[in-house]
Design a protein around this ligand. Sequence first.
Ligand code: AMP
Length: 208
Amino acid sequence: MRLVFLGPPGAGKGTIAAKAKEVFSIPHISTGDLFRENIRKETELGLRVKSILASGDLVPDEVTIAMVDQRLREDDAIKGFILDGFPRTIAQADALADMSGLDRVVNFVLDKEAIVRRLSGRRVCKSTGRTYHILYNPPKVDGIDDETGEPLIQRDDDKEEAIRNRLDVYEASTAPLIAYYREKGLLVDIDASPSPDEVLKALVEALG
Ligand code: AMP
């Protein structure tokens, strides 16, 4: 199954993808995670994109497209994939069409107030990328990762000013992809407001 997860930041794409990859036995490919891994390892790519991620702007298309093209050539992506956070522009969607066919594009629908609530309460474990929410999905011990025991942090781009910028970027550059994929007959809308397990159930049913 070749899937794209589309939707605003904070809609839960990453959380659901982490569960759905087990259900469908396909890799979860998150461009945000790939960039963050490069930043952590201080690679050339990481140094180049660090300030872009912190501001909430988009990394240039050619850089992002080259990274995804390389990732999709790896063996585990042959049987399918969940692309989370890619494509985010029409140019990226056109490039993806040249790289691979798609079975479905899942559009996670969530209103703006809920998005801001989710993003501002999100906390992550820096080394594993595991995410929590201070209200909806808290760790067992306040501020500490359940498995590694490391302190949880707030992503730079989950701070208020960057959140506002990310939502503006989403509206301007990424939301047009909803019509783009609807016209191709690939789009499935999923209500992203219930709990992750309920959203997962709705997703599995929708995908048959
Ligand atoms: P995410 O974890 O999906 O919210 O992505 C975090 C950040 O990584 C975004 O705010 C962008 O700066 C960058 N990024 C992730 N995916 C893309 C993409 N497809 N195109 C451009 N920038 C991206």
